[in-house]
Design a protein. Structure first.
Length: 475
């Protein structure tokens, strides 16, 4: 199938999944009192779903009765009304926020092979072997951005020399940057898209249960998520609902999550779970991850949205802003030079806290994901954040530092550290290289050291820091 045709089919599928357009200006689209016709439809769908589930339960009872203890059994599976994806409700109904335990904190690496070599005597093959190394380089191509075409090399038994691999990697990075610029343009030109019927059902349930009062409209549609504004409803015994909420719906079209593959595929915290999950569950995992990361940040006192509840791929959190108007992104606000300097030092401290206290690297930190509200900076959008010892964690941190440095240097903050100084200040590492290429090489060497440590010792390094805590910078 040609790529063009595949793209067209994908587009068709997406349009079918996101058929309706809801603009913020249209006013509330799900309210407690004023239920419009689409909510009637929703209600009907909910009832139908309940009815279908009952029907399936009855079917299962009959199946059991007919089969009894017989060794030969017949299955009524084909007569089920509810697709198995939708009926894994026992797990669906789990309120993930109540999972006190943060599964991503666990240090559970997989190790292959433990010893770093195979064979014996003269037949020994170490990890430095040209063939092994070449194969490893080929496999590492998977870490390139998904839109970067690497052909069928990964599937074939291709062995890439270090030289070829490094050239490809440089090219992949520049392609990634180019495609990010293009995407930015496209994002602003495409019409807003709302959510699929199942998600609307979920949102409706939240309003119906009184947790939310009104969902007023959409405040952002991005590549991987749609964000809505809502007025909070009634508090329950164990939950206080903020007066205004933001609802982040992680998009369930499957091509979108592929863009983020590289963040979790190599994440030790995910390795065990990732391969066993279906795509729908992986998308829920993004939402779950954002929730856990926000909770870590809350605990460290970093200004960020407070988690209200997580249901499947829908995360409800406190709204940063007021009267339905979201706080502006740092890129859209004009700050006085004094505020700009204040914002800079605040971010420097937040990056250090994030690294040291939360054991996280934001991994998408820029003026797009920082909001200015109440005279300070708030961090958002942390579903992709990883631990520093993620195989690419330090590279992500360096990228974050570059964005922050450039933004504040361009914004006229004379005190702003350059990206390398900022990286050292945040991580406490003391990388001395005085140019970007060497610096990056040292970062990758550290990451590799960690990877090798995993291979040889079955666990990652507990921390990269050898210099003690990084210095605290203050105004
Ligand atoms: P994406 O992955 O689509 O970038 P974000 O989490 O960055 O998702 O959210 C997209 C936009 O929605 C943000 O730029 C911000 O304007 C708005 N937004 C997200 N969360 C909140 C919040 N809690 N309060 C106010 N606005 C928010
Ligand atoms: Mg964002």
């Amino acid at each position: 199938m040609s790529e063009q045709l595949a793209k067209e089919l994908q587009l068709e599928e997406e349009n079918a999944a996101f058929p309706e357009v809801v603009a913020a200006a249209e006013g509330p689209f799900i309210t407690g009192e004023n239920i419009d016709t689409s909510s009637d439809l929703m209600l009907a769908q909910m009832l139908q779903m309940e009815f279908d589930k009952e029907y399936d339960a009855q079917l299962r009872r009959e199946e059991k009765k007919i089969n009894g203890d017989s060794k030969v059994s017949i299955s009524f599976e084909n007569y089920r009304k509810v697709h198995p994806y939708d009926s894994d409700s026992s797990e669906d109904e789990v309120d993930w926020q109540d999972t006190r335990h943060d599964p991503y904190r666990a240090d559970k690496p997989t190790t292959t092979p433990r010893r770093g070599f195979i064979g014996k005597g003269k037949d020994i093959t170490t990890k430095h072997d040209e063939v092994v190394c070449g194969r490893k380089n080929t496999a590492r191509m998977e870490n390139f951005a998904p839109e970067f075409q690497v052909g069928d090399g990964i599937g074939m038994d291709l062995k890439l020399s270090n030289q070829v691999f490094n050239a490809l990697k440089q090219h992949a990075y520049s392609e990634e940057r180019r495609s990010a610029r293009l995407h930015e343009k496209k994002e602003h030109s495409t019409a807003e898209k709302a959510v699929d019927p199942k998600t609307r059902l979920l949102l409706y349930k939240m309003v119906n249960s009184g947790m939310l009062e009104t969902i007023t409209g959409c405040i952002s549609t991005g590549k991987e998520s749609v964000v809505f504004h809502a007025y909070g409803g009634n508090a329950t015994e164990d939950k206080v609902i903020p007066p205004e909420c933001a609802i982040k719906v992680f998009k369930t079209t499957l091509n979108e999550f592929k863009n983020r593959d590289k963040y979790i595929k190599d994440d030790y915290r995910f390795k065990d779970r990732f391969s066993k999950l279906n795509p729908r569950k992986i998308i829920r995992m993004w939402a779950e991850k954002e929730m856990h990361n926000l909770t870590r940040m809350q605990n460290a006192g970093i200004p960020c949205p407070q988690v209200v509840i997580l249901k499947k791929h829908v995360l409800v959190m406190s709204f940063i802003g007021q009267d339905q108007v979201p706080a502006p992104k740092l890129k859209d606000v004009t700050l006085s030079s004094e505020d700009m300097k204040k914002a800079y030092y605040q971010i420097l401290n937040m990056m250090q806290q994030l690294y040291r206290e939360c054991n996280l690297v934001h991994a998408d930190l820029s003026e797009y994901n920082m909001l200015w509200h109440d005279g300070k900076v708030w961090l958002i959008d942390v579903s992709q954040s990883v631990e520093p010892t993620h195989p690419h964690g330090l590279e992500f941190l360096f990228r974050d530092c570059r964005n922050v440095s450039q933004f504040f240097q361009k914004g006229g903050v004379a005190e702003a550290l350059n990206e390398r100084e900022l990286f050292n200040a945040v991580s406490g590492l003391n990388i001395t290289a005085d140019n970007e290429v060497d610096f990056q090489a040292e970062i990758e060497a550290l990451e590799k050291m960690n990877e090798d440590h995993v291979q040889n010792h079955g666990k990652k390094l507990s921390t990269f820091s050898s210099e003690g805590d990084p210095p605290i910078y203050d105004e």
